[in-house]
Design a binder for this molecule. Structure first.
Ligand SMILES: Nc1ncnc2c1ncn2[C@@H]1O[C@H](COP(=O)(O)OP(=O)(O)OP(=O)(O)O)[C@@H](O)[C@H]1O
Length: 685
């Protein structure tokens, strides 16, 4: 029993290599993934709204005859078109236009337009509608269902993606793609019907529920997805129960030496957690432990103790981080700490090529005891002599997939490595138990001494000049600052551009200080150079996109401005703010928002002003993460689910457990294969 129609997208009609690679960026590699790509929202093109009945702040489809066309000269040339029908008139406004549009909107032409209505100088108007000219005969028929709008990515147009998905939905409804439905009638609606509703809802469907995910069709898919994760984790745990690991014993003399180099005393919480980890490492059962510690709580030192135990036992340990910036940060800190102990870590990331790579590989297969890097450490061709411990600095970037892959890496040998997963955002307990089922949990619930909570103020962007003045004063006192420009559009190109523009503006406004710029589209070496300049104090101000959200540790930086703060989720704001207040200086964070502020955004910013406690923030985040917060969901990313959302679907977890028990092995295979793409191959050891 498998799903028929699992063609790789590259084999589909109309999908060339370029589109295929863009689809991959969206997590779509086979035809089935297209069906599971959930729309962001829907547009109602099933009906025509009479011009006399359009209302502002709505998005509608209208039809009418052009009764007037005019090019007016304001700051630039604008095209104004008046449409009329029997009930009234509507203005179309084009701030930029092509000559072809003058022909398209020639007086007398009939056009069908779709767009946002707002109140303008000429009454109701629509700016830059999507439009089609209607011929003389019967107008083209209206669709019977709503039009789905999908999340896209840079370089992939909505129309292209919609067409490809549409074809897949056609094939599903024609019976060419057949989906096994192991849950059968126990869940309603049936799988195929659920997919139909999600991609092509009739006008009668509850759209809000479809968008926010409470609709039975979405819940049906979410149930199956959670089930897939549950089944995969159960299998993983079963496999683990049979695994054995090498017992690793700490060397007290080395530990003392490490503390001497590090130069501070561990907090009580760090000591306790190190104790828990040492107990696990000392056993022959592989450790599977989640280390939770708020931003700046000192997880790195705890990791260092674990790594040291492996080295002291004559075996190998690896620490992996999700981004190069973060991995390099670890490399720098840990090298500083470990080299005086005679341990020289190996550095490996994707960008390490040629001779350097060959050397790194030789050391991993040979004398090295500690490896630091990105996921490149676990790619084909990397062989460890004796990997006994893996520390994953997850920061919420890795999902179950990767954890399974890591487990697989260790399972090749006779013994499995111990695993420590570190995470910075505190996860409410109920969620932690699901997202990290099968892991033991340690919590660092104390910050290093002398930390003063970051003072947070919330200001409207109208007060930018004042904010820049404040920045000038702080920099003048020798402090360092971050200026964060987060994602405004769903595109890293635009994000990078926004950051570049901001950096130019700030350089011009603050000529007496040196301003650095870092964003995700820069080459790793350039990023590193910028980070080094900032860490060494050469640059006073670092303009950054949210690439700095995780793990960056520059204790002298004590001021952070976050633009468009209203767009960010709470846990992301918390992560970002955690970059300051890491030294003994009183730190401040300015959250700059663009009015008007919605209710949820206002509550979020208030929460940030009121507390710096990661657990309080995480709980509040769960309460507040309202429907349709696509950015929020994407960026808080507890676990990368396609449809399910742990905050929304917590009540599905119990039913999922009983479903799992009622499913036979073949059914479980189908579900795991479908949602986790054959992850079970990693699980069976
Ligand atoms: N016990 C301690 N006493 C004083 N300073 C400490 C202590 N433990 C850690 N630090 C310092 O606190 C800062 C934060 O530690 P670290 O980078 O390990 O935090 P983290 O838990 O990894 O946070 P994040 O998730 O934000 O990266 C570092 O500069 C570190 O050297």
């Amino acid at each position: 029993m498998t799903d028929r129609g699992q063609a790789p997208v590259a084999e589909l009609h109309g999908v060339g290599p370029q589109v295929a690679s863009r689809l991959k960026a969206l997590g779509i590699t086979c035809e089935l993934d297209l069906l599971f790509h959930r729309p962001l929202r829907y547009e109602d093109r099933t009906r025509i709204v009479p011009l006399g009945r359009v209302r502002p702040e709505t998005r509608v489809q209208v039809e009418g005859r052009v009764v007037h066309q005019e090019v007016v000269q304001r700051r630039r040339r604008m095209l104004l078109v008046t449409l009329a029908d029997d009930t009234g008139q509507l203005t179309l406004r084009f701030f930029r236009f092509f000559p072809s549009q003058l022909r398209m909107y020639r007086e007398g032409n009939r056009v069908r337009c779709f767009g946002d209505v707002r109140f303008g100088p000429q009454g109701f108007e629509m700016a830059h509608p999507q439009a089609q000219v209607l011929g003389k005969g019967e107008p083209p028929p209206l669709p019977k269902h709503l039009t789905a709008i999908y999340p896209v990515t840079q370089g992939l147009a909505q129309a292209t993606l919609a067409k490809i998905i549409d074809a897949a939905v056609d094939r599903l409804l024609d019976g060419e793609i057949r989906l096994a439905d192991p849950l059968g009638s126990s869940e309603s609606p049936p799988l195929q019907e659920a997919l139909r509703i999600i991609h092509r809802p009739g006008p009668e469907e509850n759209l809000d529920a479809l968008i926010d995910g409470h609709h039975p069709a979405v819940q049906r898919l979410a149930t199956e997805e959670l089930l897939a994760h549950h089944l995969a984790l159960t299998r993983l745990n079963q496999a683990r129960a049979r695994q054995r690991a090498y017992a690793l014993k700490p060397d007290e003399a080395l530990q003392e030496k490490l503390l001497g180099v590090v130069g501070f005393e561990p907090t009580g919480a760090q000591r306790r957690v190190v104790g828990e980890i040492m107990e696990d490492l000392g056993a022959e059962r592989p450790m599977r432990r989640l280390l939770q510690g708020d931003v700046g709580s000192g997880k790195t030192l705890v990791a260092a103790f674990a790594l040291l135990a492996a080295a002291a036992s004559g075996r190998q340990a690896a620490i992996v981080a999700p981004t190069e910036i973060l991995a390099e940060q670890h490399y720098r800190t840990l090298s500083q700490w470990l080299e005086p102990l005679g341990i020289e870590p190996v550095w490996l990331a994707g960008k390490v090529k040629g001779k350097a790579r060959r050397e790194a590989l030789a050391r991993l297969a040979g004398e090295a005891s500690i490896a630091i890097g990105t996921h490149a450490l676990f790619q084909e061709g990397v062989e460890f002599r004796d990997l006994a411990l893996i520390v994953v600095d997850e920061q919420h970037r890795f999902g179950v997939h990767q954890r399974l892959a890591l487990a697989a890496k260790g399972s090749e040998g006779v013994r499995s490595p111990h695993q420590l997963v570190m995470t910075a955002t505190p996860i409410p307990r109920t969620l932690a138990m699901t997202a990290y089922a099968g892991l033991d949990i340690s919590v660092i619930d104390e910050l290093p001494p002398g930390r003063k909570p970051v003072t947070t103020v919330v200001l409207s962007q109208g007060r930018r000049e004042e904010i820049v003045e404040r920045l000038r004063r702080a920099l003048g006192e020798g402090r360092q600052a971050y200026w964060v420009c987060p994602l405004i559009e769903e595109s890293d190109v635009l994000e990078a551009q926004a950051a570049e523009t901001t950096a130019e503006e700030l350089s011009a406004a603050l000529p007496e200080f040196s301003v650095g710029l870092i964003h995700g589209r820069m080459k790793p070496a350039d990023k590193q150079a910028v980070m080094d300049a900032f860490a060494s104090g050469k640059t006073a101000l670092l303009v950054a996109t949210t690439v700095i959200e995780v793990g960056v540790d520059v204790p002298n930086a004590s001021l952070m401005m976050i633009e468009n703060a209203e767009r960010l989720g709470l846990s992301q704001l918390h992560q970002l703010r955690g970059r300051v207040g890491r030294g003994s200086e009183q730190a401040a964070c300015v959250l700059i928002y663009k009015p008007p502020l919605g209710e949820t955004a206002r509550k979020r910013l208030e929460t940030m002003r009121e507390t710096t406690d990661g657990f309080v923030i995480a709980e509040r985040d769960l309460e507040l993460r309202g429907p349709g917060e696509v950015l929020g969901t994407r960026q808080t990313g507890m676990l990368r689910f396609r449809v399910a959302d742990l905050a929304r679907d917590a009540d599905l977890l119990e039913p999922v457990k009983s479903l799992a028990e009622s499913l036979d092995v073949a059914g479980a295979d189908v579900v795991i294969e479908r949602w986790l793409g054959g992850a079970e191959q990693f699980v069976d050891v």
